[in-house]
Design a protein around this ligand. Sequence first.
Ligand SMILES: [Mg+2]
Length: 386
Amino acid sequence: MKATITHIKADIGSLPGHTTVYGPVVEAVRKYVKEKGESLLSDFHISYVGDDIQITMVHNKGVDCPEIHELAWNAFKSGTDLARKVGLYGAGQDLLKDSFSGNIKGMGPGIAEMEITPRKSEPFIVYMMDKTEPGAFNYPIFKMFADPYNTPGLVIDSNMHDGFIFEIWDIVEAKRIFLSAPEHMYDILGMIGSKGRYVIKRVHTKPNHEKLPDENVAVITTDKLSFIAGEYVGKDDPAGIVRIQSGLPASGEAMEAFSHPYLVSGWMRGSFNGPLMPVAMKDAKMTRFDGPPRVVGLGFVLKDGKLAGPVDMFDDPAFDGARRTAVKVVDYLRRMGPFEPHRVPEEDMEYTTLPRVLEKYKGQFEAVPDIQKKKKEVKLSTKDVD
Ligand SMILES: [Mg+2]
């Protein structure tokens, strides 16, 4: 029998700024899901990272189920009531619409869900990031499912040897493409290296996979708040579900992908590049320059609709080195202040408050006689680049 894992997250208020969630609000969300979800869910788990509350749910109603989405929406609503009462910062900030309308997509909260055929043992890890964007998952997901230096299973496990299919979304054009690795590996990288535009939405097994033919094995939230609201209203902090073991990356291969604190965009005011630091949930408090961006990983096993776990996966001294490197990178980058590439490129500042600040100079620029205006259109080069 199929099972559905639905993960929905939202920032509904934090303290003192965007640092962390408030315990009683997390409890209010938990209480709502427990009481109202009793007949809908077979199990659930509430967690948090930084200022985001995370609801992981298991049920058998398939993806895009209105009742499940509404349950999460109303749970966040009930948490928001308390957040407003105690004056939390940004109370209800990710709930962009007034009332629920059938599907939580496009309403503010981030959602990742997959319908699966559970194996005898169904282990998976939920990764949750704060102070960054959906494209922050491109690097580790590629490493897990396509890089043999990270995942030796791609070389030595016959079940993984044929590789995987990547579903990549162009979130600017609202289009998607399915590309197969290793065959189209370089094209995949050509796209997902532009993490602000191309994001890995899902990973699928190939039809000839011995244990899991045609299955969705990883899914990531891709909700871009600024595209929904038309302006910067908070960070699009993503979460992802990754199934592991038996023909998929081993637990350690999935974790290894985070051992290098690679640079992501987000951090302070959603406007700065910084290292993604893997931490235990207890350390997911964003205090230094509202960061640095962090990732928490919770490991579960699913059986007959029930969850065992979670294990707080980065709560391990083996990741101390990655954390130390991250702090060194923070020290280095912070000295750049408002300069790029610490600050994100100008086109990404479009949704921030900077255009408003510079508005007053709009009519004051005068033409410079010696330079020509650069045309916006770019022609594809047919020449080789040395
Ligand atoms: Mg957040």
